[in-house]
Ligand binder design. Structure first.
Ligand SMILES: [Fe+2]
Length: 197
């Protein structure tokens, strides 16, 4: 058994987790975890680091529990005050994850999952290699799944159009080498992961 296994199991038991929410969030988290794991494997991360990435991916939107489903699933554009709240969810999630026993590395991934390569994301304003690698992996999986999923406020985009949109953000939103890997992997992995979820 891996050293992290007991902590992972215990923390999952303690976690209220997004599974408490009906709706698409739970499946989104499962798909993001599966895609992030694929990316981590093909990037060559060691198993221990991959487990942390999967943990961070599964909990990446934990902070949304603090905001409530009415705001998160609002079927229309957010107001300025609502956006201000929404932008706090990475930090809220990181704090909550720490309280639930997640390692610091996982909390840092959650905190940074909306940072962008060019520093124009939200969180702490990190850029390029200041952003934890795990957060960059989660970000690619999260953006891809968000684009290809139906939400109360938008229709799904096709896999091809989503990958094209992501490719256009090379060196703006994403780590360039990781993006290249994601473009190659997600097209093949997405249908399987969607079916499994
Ligand atoms: Fe998020």
């Amino acid at each position: 058994m891996h050293l992290l296994q007991p902590a992972l199991v215990a923390a999952r038991r303690r976690a209220p987790a997004l599974v408490a929410w009906p709706g698409p969030e739970q499946l989104h988290n499962q798909r993001v975890s599966a895609l992030a794991d694929q990316l981590a494997i093909h990037y060559g991360l060691p198993a221990a680091q991959r487990r942390l990435v999967v943990w961070g991916a599964r909990w990446h939107d934990l902070g949304k529990l603090e905001l409530g489903p009415r705001l998160v699933n609002k079927p229309g554009p957010l107001t300025i005050p609502e956006w201000a709240l929404m932008r706090r969810h990475p930090r809220l999630g990181a704090v909550r994850a720490s309280r639930l026993g997640a390692p610091l590395a996982v909390a840092r991934m959650i905190d940074a999952h909306h940072e962008r390569w060019d520093g124009r994301g939200y969180g702490s304003g990190l850029a390029r290699r200041q952003i934890p690698l795990g957060a960059q992996i989660i970000s690619l999986a999260d953006v891809f799944d968000a684009m290809t999923s139906e939400r109360p406020y938008k229709r799904p985009m096709s896999v091809g159009a989503s990958l094209e949109r992501m490719a256009a953000d090379r060196e703006r939103a994403f780590h360039p080498e990781l993006l290249d890997l994601a473009l190659a992997l997600f097209e093949a992995a997405a249908p399987r992961i969607c079916l499994a979820a």
